[in-house]
Design a protein around this ligand. Structure first.
Ligand SMILES: [Cu+2]
Length: 153
């Protein structure tokens, strides 16, 4: 953990450089839901903003064997998840990945996602390239990021 923290300023500096070149695409308010100890999959949510059109193509994370882009759709009156090849980001219109909508699926978890911890997630965009963010783990079933003020309740 200490090693990861020490590397953060370097990563942040790299990110600032690449996202500036890519038109200031930003990834905001990421969070994941805590999972049960034996869960095979988890989900992450976040908001992507960009002044220019871009496309989220893929992701990867050390906490999962594979990272998929998912959406929800109605199938005979039942809401189902389905993998999608990409998620478009329209200029000036934030793409919100949230529970019940588009989301990032962490398949083959290497361990449970524990509330209060965080993990790195690298997202690859068509134009902005790769951006690595830290995703905090909120309570199981959380609908939004856990705010610092509510932590510990
Ligand atoms: Cu999913």
């Amino acid at each position: 953990m200490r090693r990861i923290l020490a590397a953060l300023p370097v990563i942040a500096a790299l990110l600032t450089g690449s996202s500036a070149l890519a038109g200031d695409l930003t990834v905001n308010e990421p969070f994941a839901r805590a999972t049960a100890a034996n869960a095979r999959a988890g989900a992450a949510f976040l908001t992507i903003s960009s002044p220019t059109a871009d496309v989220l193509l893929s992701g990867r994370s050390p906490v999962a064997q594979t990272v998929e882009l998912h959406t929800h759709l109605m199938d005979n009156g039942v809401v189902r998840m389905r993998a999608v090849a990409s998620i478009p980001v329209e200029p000036g219109k934030p793409a919100t990945l949230k529970p019940g909508g588009d989301h990032i699926m962490l398949m083959g978890l290497t361990g449970p996602l524990v509330e209060g911890t965080s993990f790195p997630l690298t997202l690859r965009f068509e134009k902005a390239g790769e951006i690595t963010i830290q995703v905090p783990v909120a309570a199981a079933g959380a609908a939004a990021p856990t705010s610092g003020a509510h932590h510990g309740h």
